[in-house]
Design a protein around this ligand. Structure first.
Ligand code: GAL
Ligand code: MN
Length: 333
């Protein structure tokens, strides 16, 4: 009976298709579930300082957002508890840093200070994006489980161009190789230095840091892109925080989505001859307004040496922009 046979063949194809879909789905689900957000398991014998519900640890600053994402400040977490929770998970943190043209001069301090303070005890794979591989210092001693790869990029003439292309290059690198070898990714500026711990307390699905110059201001004064012609446009009455693009990160999947969207928006803007006021930082802020970060880093994690250290809410500067002679390091001002 030809009709029956067709039915049978159809059912067979359908069943086969469903099995393949199920296999692909369960593989993807297991990958993302094992990669991040594991349950916190702690050794119950270790005595830690008791957390008291009626004794908030910080009363001077906001420690949780209206969408219930923690804001990480000194005093809000116990480094030992965090280390214990994360160390046994065998995590690898991919870390991208762009050192193009004369910015290679910042690499040594960046790397040496990162080896002292950044994700100590975890595996870190630095990806140094540069047009001058010969200028990458080759005698910085990296700890066990830490390695460095160089990704060659073209020379850009304007510093804004580096900033504009960064999202695209990170997205491509995640897709082409980083996704195979890491659980989380952090994207950092190179003209920075670590001074204090930046550890696994900073890990989350989507992580961004609050800019040190604007956290006292109302949203209408944030330096968002305000021209409606740009895809990064944010109206005066919107916005949570102003994030600085010097450090952002998260799970590979989430950061891939972020960089892909920002890249597409940067390209749309470019096609109509528009460059957002703070390049990729403007697009990052637009993205994070709609896709709320799951963890926020206080300005301790993205300080600026030019701001000094007398802010009483900053108990510890962990990572900060170094003061640079812009005329000396940039091809254009
Ligand atoms: C500056 C910083 C820039 C950009 C700008 C936003 O302090 O150097 O990278 O974030 O703030 O207004
Ligand atoms: Mn910078």
């Amino acid at each position: 009976m030809p009709i029956r046979r067709e039915h049978f063949q159809f059912s067979l194809v359908l069943a086969g298709g469903m099995t393949i879909c199920w296999l692909v789905f369960s593989y993807c689900a297991s990958v993302s579930l094992t990669q991040v957000n594991r349950q916190v398991v702690l050794n119950h014998r270790l005595q830690r300082k008791q957390a008291k519900l009626m004794e908030p640890v910080r009363t001077d600053v906001l420690t949780v957002t209206p969408w219930l994402a923690p804001i990480v400040w000194e005093g809000t977490f116990d480094p030992q508890v965090i280390d214990e929770a994360f160390m046994s998970q065998n995590l690898t943190i991919a870390t991208t840093v762009f050192a193009v043209g004369r910015y290679t001069r910042f690499l040594r301090d960046f790397l040496e200070s990162a080896e002292k303070h950044f994700m100590v005890g975890l595996d870190v794979h630095y990806y140094v994006f540069t047009d001058l591989p010969g200028d990458v210092p080759n005698n910085v001693t990296l700890g066990v489980g830490r390695l460095l790869s160089i990704v060659r990029v073209p020379k850009f003439d304007r510093w804004q161009e580096i900033s504009l292309r960064r999202m695209e290059l990170i997205q491509t690198a995640i897709k082409d190789h980083i996704h195979r070898g890491a659980n989380y990714i952090f994207c950092l500026d190179v003209d920075m230095r670590f001074h204090g711990r930046v550890g696994p307390e900073a890990l989350g699905r989507l992580v961004a840091a609050i800019h040190p110059w604007f956290y006292m201001y109302p949203r209408s004064q944030f330096p968002y892109e305000r021209r409606t012609v740009s895809t990064a446009y944010i109206p005066m009455d919107q916005g949570d925080f102003y994030y600085q693009a010097n450090i952002f990160g998260g799970a590979l999947e989430d950061v891939h989505r972020l960089t892909k969207t920002c890249r597409e928006h940067l390209e749309v803007d470019k096609s109509v001859g528009v460059e957002a006021v703070w390049q990729e930082e403007s697009h990052l802020n637009w993205y994070l307004l709609r896709n709320k970060p799951t963890k926020l880093l206080s300005p301790e994690y993205v300080w600026d040496d030019a701001k000094g250290q007398d802010a009483k809410e900053i108990k510890l500067v962990r990572f900060s922009s170094v003061i640079k002679n812009k005329a000396e390091v940039r091809e254009n001002l």
